[in-house]
Design a protein around this ligand. Structure first.
Ligand code: UT7
Length: 326
Protein backbone atom coordinates (compact mmCIF):
# COMPACT_ATOMS: atom_id res chain seq x y z
CA UNK A 1 0.00 0.00 0.00
CA UNK A 2 1.48 3.38 -1.05
CA UNK A 3 1.63 6.04 1.64
CA UNK A 4 2.86 9.64 1.68
CA UNK A 5 5.74 10.04 4.13
CA UNK A 6 7.45 13.14 5.45
CA UNK A 7 11.12 12.40 4.78
CA UNK A 8 12.67 15.77 5.64
CA UNK A 9 11.79 18.99 7.46
CA UNK A 10 13.34 22.46 7.41
CA UNK A 11 12.63 26.00 8.49
CA UNK A 12 13.84 29.54 8.06
CA UNK A 13 13.21 32.44 10.44
CA UNK A 14 14.28 36.01 9.65
CA UNK A 15 17.14 37.22 11.84
CA UNK A 16 15.43 40.14 13.55
CA UNK A 17 13.61 39.29 16.78
CA UNK A 18 10.92 41.57 18.16
CA UNK A 19 10.16 40.88 21.82
CA UNK A 20 6.99 41.76 23.71
CA UNK A 21 9.07 44.33 25.57
CA UNK A 22 10.05 45.92 22.23
CA UNK A 23 6.34 46.06 21.35
CA UNK A 24 5.56 47.93 24.57
CA UNK A 25 7.24 50.95 22.95
CA UNK A 26 5.07 50.71 19.82
CA UNK A 27 1.56 49.98 21.10
CA UNK A 28 -0.40 50.18 24.35
CA UNK A 29 0.37 46.69 25.62
CA UNK A 30 2.54 44.86 28.13
CA UNK A 31 4.80 41.83 28.05
CA UNK A 32 2.71 40.36 30.87
CA UNK A 33 -0.60 40.74 28.98
CA UNK A 34 0.79 39.15 25.81
CA UNK A 35 2.38 36.21 27.68
CA UNK A 36 -0.71 35.50 29.77
CA UNK A 37 -3.28 35.87 27.00
CA UNK A 38 -1.36 34.22 24.15
CA UNK A 39 1.82 32.46 25.36
CA UNK A 40 3.93 34.59 22.99
CA UNK A 41 7.26 36.06 24.19
CA UNK A 42 8.85 37.06 20.88
CA UNK A 43 8.46 36.85 17.10
CA UNK A 44 10.78 37.04 14.08
CA UNK A 45 10.25 39.90 11.64
CA UNK A 46 11.54 40.08 8.06
CA UNK A 47 13.05 43.32 6.72
CA UNK A 48 10.48 45.50 4.88
CA UNK A 49 10.20 44.48 1.25
CA UNK A 50 11.00 40.81 1.88
CA UNK A 51 9.09 38.48 -0.42
CA UNK A 52 7.53 35.36 1.08
CA UNK A 53 9.48 33.29 -1.47
CA UNK A 54 12.70 34.62 0.11
CA UNK A 55 11.87 33.00 3.45
CA UNK A 56 10.38 29.91 1.79
CA UNK A 57 13.37 29.00 -0.38
CA UNK A 58 15.90 28.45 2.47
CA UNK A 59 13.29 26.46 4.43
CA UNK A 60 12.78 24.19 1.37
CA UNK A 61 16.54 23.86 0.86
CA UNK A 62 16.97 22.74 4.47
CA UNK A 63 14.14 20.23 4.16
CA UNK A 64 15.67 18.82 0.95
CA UNK A 65 19.05 18.56 2.66
CA UNK A 66 17.51 16.74 5.63
CA UNK A 67 15.78 14.34 3.20
CA UNK A 68 18.93 13.84 1.11
CA UNK A 69 16.95 14.69 -2.03
CA UNK A 70 18.02 16.96 -4.92
CA UNK A 71 15.77 19.81 -6.06
CA UNK A 72 15.76 18.27 -9.54
CA UNK A 73 13.90 15.23 -8.16
CA UNK A 74 10.94 17.31 -6.90
CA UNK A 75 7.74 16.80 -8.93
CA UNK A 76 5.44 19.18 -7.07
CA UNK A 77 5.70 22.29 -4.88
CA UNK A 78 2.70 23.41 -2.85
CA UNK A 79 3.19 26.78 -1.19
CA UNK A 80 0.71 27.50 1.59
CA UNK A 81 0.54 31.24 2.14
CA UNK A 82 -1.87 34.12 2.51
CA UNK A 83 0.93 36.66 2.02
CA UNK A 84 2.19 35.88 -1.51
CA UNK A 85 5.00 37.91 -3.10
CA UNK A 86 2.64 39.10 -5.82
CA UNK A 87 -1.00 38.74 -6.90
CA UNK A 88 0.55 36.65 -9.69
CA UNK A 89 2.62 34.71 -10.56
CA UNK A 90 2.30 32.33 -7.65
CA UNK A 91 4.91 32.28 -4.89
CA UNK A 92 5.31 28.55 -5.61
CA UNK A 93 6.65 29.45 -9.08
CA UNK A 94 9.25 31.75 -7.53
CA UNK A 95 10.24 28.96 -5.12
CA UNK A 96 10.45 26.46 -7.99
CA UNK A 97 12.87 28.76 -9.81
CA UNK A 98 14.86 29.62 -6.67
CA UNK A 99 15.35 25.94 -5.85
CA UNK A 100 16.16 24.94 -9.42
CA UNK A 101 13.38 22.36 -9.24
CA UNK A 102 13.27 22.11 -13.03
CA UNK A 103 10.56 19.53 -13.41
CA UNK A 104 8.27 20.55 -10.54
CA UNK A 105 4.68 21.71 -10.91
CA UNK A 106 4.02 24.67 -8.62
CA UNK A 107 0.82 25.79 -6.91
CA UNK A 108 -0.14 28.29 -4.21
CA UNK A 109 -2.81 27.43 -1.70
CA UNK A 110 -4.48 29.95 0.59
CA UNK A 111 -6.22 28.48 3.61
CA UNK A 112 -4.63 30.99 6.05
CA UNK A 113 -3.63 29.30 9.32
CA UNK A 114 -4.96 25.93 8.10
CA UNK A 115 -2.84 26.23 4.95
CA UNK A 116 -0.30 23.57 5.82
CA UNK A 117 -2.93 20.93 6.71
CA UNK A 118 -4.71 21.73 3.43
CA UNK A 119 -1.41 21.62 1.51
CA UNK A 120 -0.44 18.29 3.00
CA UNK A 121 -3.83 16.83 2.06
CA UNK A 122 -3.62 18.09 -1.53
CA UNK A 123 -0.04 16.81 -1.97
CA UNK A 124 -1.00 13.46 -0.40
CA UNK A 125 -3.84 13.05 -2.89
CA UNK A 126 -1.57 13.95 -5.84
CA UNK A 127 1.19 11.58 -4.72
CA UNK A 128 -1.33 8.79 -4.28
CA UNK A 129 -2.28 9.02 -7.97
CA UNK A 130 1.20 7.69 -8.72
CA UNK A 131 1.86 10.51 -11.19
CA UNK A 132 4.06 12.35 -8.67
CA UNK A 133 6.67 10.73 -6.42
CA UNK A 134 8.29 13.63 -4.54
CA UNK A 135 6.69 16.84 -3.29
CA UNK A 136 7.50 19.82 -1.13
CA UNK A 137 4.82 21.43 1.00
CA UNK A 138 6.01 24.75 2.34
CA UNK A 139 4.14 27.11 4.64
CA UNK A 140 5.56 30.62 4.41
CA UNK A 141 4.40 34.03 5.52
CA UNK A 142 5.65 37.60 5.74
CA UNK A 143 2.70 39.09 7.55
CA UNK A 144 4.69 41.92 9.16
CA UNK A 145 4.42 43.94 5.92
CA UNK A 146 0.61 43.79 6.20
CA UNK A 147 0.21 44.53 9.91
CA UNK A 148 -0.95 47.87 11.24
CA UNK A 149 1.68 48.24 13.96
CA UNK A 150 -0.57 50.71 15.79
CA UNK A 151 -3.31 48.12 16.40
CA UNK A 152 -2.57 46.18 19.55
CA UNK A 153 -5.25 43.57 18.88
CA UNK A 154 -3.33 42.15 15.93
CA UNK A 155 0.23 43.59 16.01
CA UNK A 156 1.18 41.41 18.97
CA UNK A 157 0.01 38.10 17.53
CA UNK A 158 1.93 37.33 14.37
CA UNK A 159 5.46 36.42 13.28
CA UNK A 160 7.23 35.85 9.95
CA UNK A 161 8.91 32.64 8.82
CA UNK A 162 8.69 29.47 6.78
CA UNK A 163 8.63 25.74 7.37
CA UNK A 164 8.84 23.01 4.74
CA UNK A 165 8.50 19.25 4.46
CA UNK A 166 9.62 16.90 1.70
CA UNK A 167 7.06 14.19 0.95
CA UNK A 168 7.65 10.90 -0.78
CA UNK A 169 5.27 8.21 -1.96
CA UNK A 170 6.56 4.99 -0.40
CA UNK A 171 5.39 1.43 0.15
CA UNK A 172 4.68 0.54 3.78
CA UNK A 173 2.52 1.53 6.71
CA UNK A 174 4.27 4.79 7.64
CA UNK A 175 2.99 8.11 6.41
CA UNK A 176 -0.28 10.04 6.25
CA UNK A 177 -3.15 7.89 7.58
CA UNK A 178 -6.06 10.32 7.48
CA UNK A 179 -6.88 13.94 6.67
CA UNK A 180 -9.97 15.98 7.38
CA UNK A 181 -10.59 19.45 5.92
CA UNK A 182 -13.48 21.83 6.48
CA UNK A 183 -14.44 25.41 5.60
CA UNK A 184 -17.15 27.95 6.40
CA UNK A 185 -16.93 31.07 4.26
CA UNK A 186 -20.08 32.35 5.96
CA UNK A 187 -17.92 33.36 8.93
CA UNK A 188 -15.31 35.26 6.89
CA UNK A 189 -15.86 38.47 8.84
CA UNK A 190 -14.30 36.92 11.96
CA UNK A 191 -10.85 37.35 10.43
CA UNK A 192 -10.23 39.12 7.16
CA UNK A 193 -8.46 41.81 5.20
CA UNK A 194 -10.76 43.79 2.94
CA UNK A 195 -8.40 45.62 0.56
CA UNK A 196 -5.64 44.40 -1.71
CA UNK A 197 -7.61 41.98 -3.88
CA UNK A 198 -10.08 42.37 -6.76
CA UNK A 199 -12.98 43.45 -4.54
CA UNK A 200 -11.19 46.55 -3.26
CA UNK A 201 -7.80 47.19 -4.73
CA UNK A 202 -5.40 49.59 -3.09
CA UNK A 203 -5.86 53.19 -4.20
CA UNK A 204 -4.53 56.58 -3.09
CA UNK A 205 -7.83 56.99 -1.18
CA UNK A 206 -7.80 53.77 0.84
CA UNK A 207 -4.06 53.31 1.30
CA UNK A 208 -4.20 54.30 4.98
CA UNK A 209 -7.80 53.30 5.66
CA UNK A 210 -8.96 50.54 8.04
CA UNK A 211 -9.86 48.38 5.03
CA UNK A 212 -6.11 47.72 4.72
CA UNK A 213 -5.99 46.33 8.28
CA UNK A 214 -6.45 42.79 9.49
CA UNK A 215 -9.89 42.76 11.10
CA UNK A 216 -10.30 40.12 13.79
CA UNK A 217 -12.99 39.20 16.28
CA UNK A 218 -10.57 37.52 18.68
CA UNK A 219 -13.10 36.41 21.29
CA UNK A 220 -15.45 34.75 18.82
CA UNK A 221 -12.57 33.09 16.97
CA UNK A 222 -11.25 31.80 20.28
CA UNK A 223 -14.55 30.07 21.07
CA UNK A 224 -14.89 28.56 17.59
CA UNK A 225 -11.24 27.48 17.48
CA UNK A 226 -11.53 25.40 20.66
CA UNK A 227 -14.57 23.50 19.36
CA UNK A 228 -13.38 23.06 15.75
CA UNK A 229 -9.80 22.04 16.64
CA UNK A 230 -11.23 19.30 18.87
CA UNK A 231 -13.81 18.27 16.25
CA UNK A 232 -11.15 17.85 13.54
CA UNK A 233 -8.88 15.91 15.91
CA UNK A 234 -11.70 13.54 16.83
CA UNK A 235 -12.61 13.04 13.18
CA UNK A 236 -9.15 11.76 12.10
CA UNK A 237 -9.04 9.50 15.17
CA UNK A 238 -12.49 8.07 14.36
CA UNK A 239 -11.47 7.54 10.70
CA UNK A 240 -8.56 5.36 11.72
CA UNK A 241 -9.87 3.73 14.90
CA UNK A 242 -7.21 5.27 17.14
CA UNK A 243 -7.88 6.94 20.49
CA UNK A 244 -6.41 10.20 21.80
CA UNK A 245 -4.32 8.10 24.23
CA UNK A 246 -2.60 6.37 21.30
CA UNK A 247 -1.03 9.66 20.13
CA UNK A 248 2.68 10.24 20.72
CA UNK A 249 2.71 13.88 19.67
CA UNK A 250 0.15 16.55 18.83
CA UNK A 251 1.47 19.45 16.76
CA UNK A 252 -1.23 22.12 16.59
CA UNK A 253 -1.29 25.42 14.75
CA UNK A 254 0.31 27.84 17.19
CA UNK A 255 -2.49 30.42 17.56
CA UNK A 256 -2.65 30.85 21.31
CA UNK A 257 -1.62 28.51 24.15
CA UNK A 258 -4.99 29.01 25.86
CA UNK A 259 -6.82 27.90 22.69
CA UNK A 260 -4.48 24.92 22.26
CA UNK A 261 -4.83 23.64 25.83
CA UNK A 262 -8.61 24.20 25.96
CA UNK A 263 -8.96 22.25 22.69
CA UNK A 264 -6.64 19.41 23.72
CA UNK A 265 -8.43 19.06 27.04
CA UNK A 266 -11.72 18.83 25.16
CA UNK A 267 -10.23 16.22 22.79
CA UNK A 268 -8.75 14.20 25.67
CA UNK A 269 -5.14 14.72 24.53
CA UNK A 270 -2.66 14.76 27.43
CA UNK A 271 -0.87 18.10 27.88
CA UNK A 272 2.61 16.51 27.79
CA UNK A 273 1.93 15.26 24.25
CA UNK A 274 1.30 18.78 22.93
CA UNK A 275 4.12 20.55 21.09
CA UNK A 276 4.38 24.28 21.74
CA UNK A 277 6.78 26.81 20.20
CA UNK A 278 4.50 29.87 20.03
CA UNK A 279 6.59 31.49 22.80
CA UNK A 280 9.53 31.91 20.39
CA UNK A 281 7.89 32.42 16.98
CA UNK A 282 4.31 33.68 17.67
CA UNK A 283 1.53 32.84 15.19
CA UNK A 284 3.23 32.36 11.81
CA UNK A 285 -0.10 31.51 10.10
CA UNK A 286 0.49 28.94 7.30
CA UNK A 287 4.09 28.39 8.42
CA UNK A 288 3.22 27.51 11.98
CA UNK A 289 2.85 23.71 11.81
CA UNK A 290 5.88 22.98 9.58
CA UNK A 291 8.10 25.22 11.74
CA UNK A 292 6.82 23.38 14.83
CA UNK A 293 7.42 20.00 13.12
CA UNK A 294 11.01 20.98 12.35
CA UNK A 295 11.53 22.17 15.95
CA UNK A 296 10.06 18.89 17.22
CA UNK A 297 12.48 16.95 14.97
CA UNK A 298 15.45 18.95 16.20
CA UNK A 299 14.42 18.43 19.83
CA UNK A 300 14.10 14.65 19.37
CA UNK A 301 10.34 14.71 20.01
CA UNK A 302 9.54 12.87 16.74
CA UNK A 303 10.66 9.26 16.55
CA UNK A 304 10.29 6.63 13.89
CA UNK A 305 6.88 4.96 14.24
CA UNK A 306 5.31 7.70 16.38
CA UNK A 307 1.61 8.44 15.92
CA UNK A 308 1.44 12.19 15.22
CA UNK A 309 -1.52 14.49 14.82
CA UNK A 310 -1.53 17.93 13.19
CA UNK A 311 -4.52 20.26 13.54
CA UNK A 312 -5.23 23.85 12.56
CA UNK A 313 -7.87 26.52 12.47
CA UNK A 314 -7.90 29.91 10.76
CA UNK A 315 -9.38 32.55 8.50
CA UNK A 316 -11.97 31.40 5.99
CA UNK A 317 -13.02 29.94 8.29
CA UNK A 318 -10.94 26.88 7.60
CA UNK A 319 -10.02 24.01 9.89
CA UNK A 320 -8.67 20.51 9.64
CA UNK A 321 -6.42 17.76 10.96
CA UNK A 322 -4.04 15.07 9.73
CA UNK A 323 -2.96 11.86 11.39
CA UNK A 324 0.44 10.38 10.49
CA UNK A 325 2.56 7.39 11.36
CA UNK A 326 6.03 9.02 11.49
O1 UT7 B 1 -4.50 31.79 14.01
C1 UT7 B 1 -5.89 31.68 13.96
C2 UT7 B 1 -6.54 33.00 14.01
N1 UT7 B 1 -6.37 33.75 15.23
C3 UT7 B 1 -6.96 33.37 16.38
O2 UT7 B 1 -7.50 32.29 16.44
C4 UT7 B 1 -6.95 34.33 17.54
C5 UT7 B 1 -7.98 33.89 18.54
N2 UT7 B 1 -8.15 34.84 19.63
C6 UT7 B 1 -7.20 35.05 20.58
O3 UT7 B 1 -6.13 34.47 20.56
C7 UT7 B 1 -7.57 36.00 21.71
O4 UT7 B 1 -8.91 36.35 21.60
C8 UT7 B 1 -6.69 37.29 21.73
C9 UT7 B 1 -5.27 36.95 22.18
C10 UT7 B 1 -6.67 37.92 20.35
C11 UT7 B 1 -7.25 38.28 22.73
O5 UT7 B 1 -7.35 37.68 24.03
P1 UT7 B 1 -8.70 37.75 24.88
O6 UT7 B 1 -8.45 37.13 26.16
O7 UT7 B 1 -9.79 37.19 24.00
O8 UT7 B 1 -8.85 39.30 25.07
P2 UT7 B 1 -10.07 40.25 24.66
O9 UT7 B 1 -10.08 40.50 23.19
O10 UT7 B 1 -11.32 39.72 25.30
O11 UT7 B 1 -9.66 41.59 25.39
C12 UT7 B 1 -9.54 41.66 26.82
C13 UT7 B 1 -9.04 43.03 27.18
C14 UT7 B 1 -9.80 44.16 26.48
O12 UT7 B 1 -9.89 45.23 27.39
P3 UT7 B 1 -11.24 45.46 28.24
O13 UT7 B 1 -12.32 45.65 27.22
O14 UT7 B 1 -11.42 44.21 29.06
O15 UT7 B 1 -10.92 46.68 29.05
C15 UT7 B 1 -8.90 44.56 25.35
O16 UT7 B 1 -9.05 45.90 24.96
O17 UT7 B 1 -7.67 43.18 26.78
C16 UT7 B 1 -7.53 44.35 25.96
N3 UT7 B 1 -6.48 44.09 24.98
C17 UT7 B 1 -5.19 44.29 25.23
N4 UT7 B 1 -4.53 44.75 26.32
C18 UT7 B 1 -3.20 44.82 26.26
C19 UT7 B 1 -6.61 43.60 23.72
N5 UT7 B 1 -5.40 43.50 23.15
C20 UT7 B 1 -4.50 43.91 24.06
C21 UT7 B 1 -3.11 44.02 24.06
N6 UT7 B 1 -2.49 44.47 25.19
N7 UT7 B 1 -2.35 43.68 23.01
Amino acid sequence: MMKTRIVGTGQYLPEEILTNVDLETRVDTTDEWIRQRTGIIQRHVAPPGTGTSEVAIPACQRALEAAGIEAAEVDLIVCCTCTPDHIFPSTACLIQHGLGAERAAAIDLNAACTGFVYGLTVADAMLKTGVYKTAIVVGAEVLSNHLNWERRDTAILFGDGAGAVVLRAEEGDKGILSCHLRADGGAKELLFMQAGGSKEHVTAENVNSPSRDIVMNGRELFKKAVVLFAEAAQRVLDDTGYKADDLDLFVPHQANTRIIFSATERAGIAAEKVFINIDLVANTVGASIPIALDDAMQQGRLKDGDLVMLAAFGAGLTWGASLLRW
